[in-house]
Design a protein. Structure first.
Length: 400
């Protein structure tokens, strides 16, 4: 028989039992929709996390203090931390380092008019804006003069501005940090993603040292490498420089270095595992759908035994019968797969829009889903089709 005749015969046969056909396809529909939707969710979540990491800074490296020789905890403010302003100045002179931004972090009550909140206070330098990829919404950022002269000026994040009811008209007004007056000189653009990136107040590092922390220590040092390719080299130079400055000879560093590339690589690895896991779980539904197809095809063979006997008696070959039932199984799985793709894409769009990472569409996932549904049709359709092809025409004609 010609392929066109087989397809037409299969479709007409499936059309005679629309409800049974629809219920048979349901397992494949759910399986394919699950694969498409879950893979899209995994990819969307990864894209969202990656975008957040990239928004933290350009070619970012962060040096954090470890444990001090006196046992102070890592990054503890007010104790003898292992990083200082002099360390930051030394790192700024390294080849491959574009900008540095030492940070001194604490928490203080911030008051603006009748509004107040306890916010994260960051003493830093002008390089902070570049290293951590902030943009100004209104006003200006800290400059060298404000650091050199220990000025009482402050730049606040977008969330802090909202919490304190501060707007562009508030630039030049006075806010109180830890009970001390500061002039508000700028408000940054919202970055989103993390609750801390926009809920903070930035003041000159020298001012923070003088008013809040009476030492030369810093909580961390942010650095921006000149290029992505330089990150590994710069990280090695930072390690060598700080080990020399801190007199470390046993290889047990009192600092740690984290870089953006490592974080992105970790996210990518976790994403790949998560995507495979979710796709594997969703594929179980496809197997269940395949079993449903096999079951209904076995029932169909039994119901059409006399038909098979008549066709063989008038000259139909075993391979013609095999092809007919196999095409029917493929038609069921392919139709279910196409409907499932539509449902999965719609679910991906709804979830992506709600979660905020947008619609992630992967043509490769669709191709794999269609291919897998066809494989399901073939694997679970071969046995019923072969049973139909092997029927003895005499026995089949006598079947009641």
């Amino acid at each position: 028989m010609k392929v066109g005749d087989l397809i037409g015969l299969a479709l007409s046969r499936l059309g005679t039992g629309k409800l049974r056909t629809a219920l048979t396809m349901l397992g494949v529909i759910i399986g394919v929709a699950s694969v498409v939707a879950l893979v899209s969710v995994a990819q969307g979540a990864t894209a969202g996390i990656s975008n957040q990491l990239q928004s933290l800074g350009t070619n970012l490296l962060t040096v954090s203090p470890g444990f001090t020789r006196t046992g102070a905890t890592r990054g503890a403010i007010g104790s003898a931390t292992t990083l200082t302003v002099d360390d930051a100045n030394a790192l700024a002179s390294l080849d491959g380092v574009a900008v540095t931004a030492p940070e001194l972090t604490t928490s203080k009550l911030v008051i603006a008019g009748s509004q107040n909140e306890t916010a994260r206070i960051i003493g830093t330098t002008p390089g902070y804006l570049t290293v951590f990829a902030y943009q100004m919404w209104v006003g200006s950022f800290l400059n060298a003069a404000s650091v050199d002269h220990k000025l009482r000026v402050a730049v606040i994040g977008a969330t802090t501005a909202d919490n304190l009811s501060l707007t562009d008209a508030s630039i030049g007004s006075t806010i109180y940090i830890g009970g001390l007056p500061f002039e508000l000189i700028g408000i940054t653009q919202p970055k989103g993603g993390s609750t801390t990136t926009d809920d903070q107040v930035m003041i000159p590092l020298s001012t923070a040292h003088e008013l809040f922390i009476g030492s030369n220590s810093v909580s961390a040092i942010g650095l921006s490498a000149t290029s992505q390719d330089e990150i590994s080299t710069v990280s090695a130079e930072i390690t060598a420089t700080l080990e020399q400055r801190h007199g470390i000879t046993n290889g047990v560093d009192d600092f740690t270095i984290a870089n953006q590339a490592q974080l992105l690589g970790t996210v990518s690895s976790v994403s790949d595992v998560l995507t495979l896991l979710l796709a594997g779980i969703a594929s179980i539904s496809l197997l269940v759908g395949g079993i449903g197809i096999m079951n209904i095809m076995l029932v169909s063979v039994r119901e059409r035994t006399r038909e098979i006997g008549i066709r063989k008696a008038i000259g139909a070959r075993g391979r013609d019968i095999l092809s007919q039932f196999l095409v029917e199984a493929l038609a069921l799985s392919l139709a279910g797969g196409l409907i499932g793709i539509g449902v999965g894409v719609l679910a991906s769009f709804v979830i992506g829009s709600y979660a905020g990472w947008g619609f992630i569409f992967s043509p490769l996932t669709v191709v794999i889903a269609v291919g897998f549904s066809l494989i399901v049709g073939i694997v679970f359709g071969v046995w019923p089709a072969s049973q139909a092809a092997r029927l003895d025409p005499v026995v089949a004609l006598r079947y009641e």
